[in-house]
Design a protein around this ligand. Structure first.
Ligand code: SAM
Length: 256
C-alpha cells in the first residue's frame, strides 16, 4: 500500500532537486535578488570568522553546499570537508571546482540532508548556509546531532521568517524560491534548542535593511556599518526585536 505521507515527502524532495538543478544549470545559482544580499556583509563576515577559526584536520560536513560552498573556507584552514547537496548539478559543478582549485581530498555527494548516510559520530563540525529552512527542522537537526561526535559543533547561517517587509517581498516573488522552503520562526528555534546541549542564536539585519535603497551607490558601506552597529545595540537592549532581523547565525553544540 502507498504511504501517502511518504509520497508527499518524495514529491517535496523531487521538487527541491528539480528547482535547484534548473537554477544551477541556468544561472550558476545567482538569484535575481542577489544585489539585496549586499546588506548581509556583517553576518557573512561573522560566519567567515567562525569558519576561519576551525582547526586543521577538523572533520567537517557541509549540508546543501550548492555552488558557493562554505567548504572552500574550511579547506583553506586545512579541514577535511565532505559536502552534500540534493542537486546533482551542484555536486558535479562543486567537485569540478574543487579539482580545479587543487582540493583533491574534498568529497561532494548527492544526499538528502534529512536522511544522512553517515555513521554516528562521523564529524566534528556540521555547517551550512541557507539550508535548514529547506528542510524539516526536527528531522535535519536530529540528523546533525547524530553524525556529530560528542561535544561536536554545528554552525548555520539562515534567513528568518518574522520580518514583515521581507515577507512582503517574498509574497510578491514566489518564483524565486521553492514552495516548501520556510524561513525560520521561533518554533524552529525552540526545536533546535530542544535537540542539542547548548545553542546561540545571533540575529542580524533589521535596521540595516534601511541601507537597501543605497546598495551599489556611494555612501552605502558607511551607512551599512552604522546601521549594523545600530542593530547590535538594539538587539542587546531589546532582545524581543532580534527575531525580526533578516538573518540568524546558529552556533550549537551537542553534549560532550
Ligand atoms: C538556498 S540554496 C544554498 C546553497 C549554498 N549553501 C549557498 O549558500 O549558496 C539551498 C541548497 O540546499 C539544497 N537542498 C535543498 N533541499 C535539500 C535536501 N533535502 N538535502 C540536501 N540539500 C538540499 C539545494 O539543492 C541548494 O543547493
Amino acid at each position: 500500500m502507498v504511504d501517502p505521507s511518504r509520497s508527499a515527502e518524495d514529491a517535496r524532495l523531487e521538487s527541491e532537486e528539480a528547482f535547484h538543478d534548473r537554477r544551477f544549470e541556468t544561472d550558476g545559482g545567482v538569484r535575481p535578488a542577489s544585489r539585496f544580499y549586499a546588506i548581509t556583509e556583517r553576518s557573512v563576515a561573522v560566519m567567515d570568522a567562525k569558519l576561519r577559526a576551525v582547526a586543521p584536520g577538523t572533520r567537517c560536513l557541509e549540508l546543501g553546499c550548492g555552488l558557493q560552498t562554505l567548504g572552500w573556507t574550511l579547506l583553506e584552514q586545512g579541514a577535511h570537508v565532505t559536502a552534500i547537496d540534493i542537486s546533482q548539478v551542484a555536486v558535479d559543478q562543486s567537485a569540478e571546482r574543487a579539482a580545479e582549485l587543487g582540493y583533491h581530498d574534498a568529497t561532494f555527494l548527492k544526499m538528502n540532508a534529512e536522511d544522512l548516510e553517515f555513521d554516528p559520530g562521523s564529524f566534528d563540525l556540521v555547517v551550512g548556509k541557507g539550508i535548514i529552512h529547506h528542510l524539516d527542522t526536527r528531522r535535519s537537526i536530529s540528523e546533525v546531532t547524530r553524525v556529530l561526535v560528542p561535544g561536536g559543533r554545528f554552525l548555520f547561517d539562515e534567513p528568518t521568517g518574522h520580518n514583515p517587509l521581507i515577507n512582503l517581498y517574498r509574497h510578491f516573488t514566489p518564483s524565486q524560491r521553492t514552495p516548501d522552503e520556510h524561513p525560520l520562526l521561533r518554533e524552529d528555534f525552540r526545536i533546535i534548542r530542544s535537540l542539542c546541549d547548548s545553542v546561540d542564536f545571533e540575529f542580524f539585519h533589521l535596521l540595516s535593511l534601511l541601507a537597501l535603497p543605497l546598495a551599489g551607490r556611494s555612501g552605502f558601506h558607511r551607512a551599512l556599518e552604522r546601521l549594523d552597529r545600530g542593530d547590535e545595540w538594539l538587539f542587546r537592549h531589546l532582545p524581543a526585536a532580534a527575531p525580526y532581523g533578516w538573518m540568524v547565525l546558529i552556533d550549537g553544540r551537542v553534549a560532550g
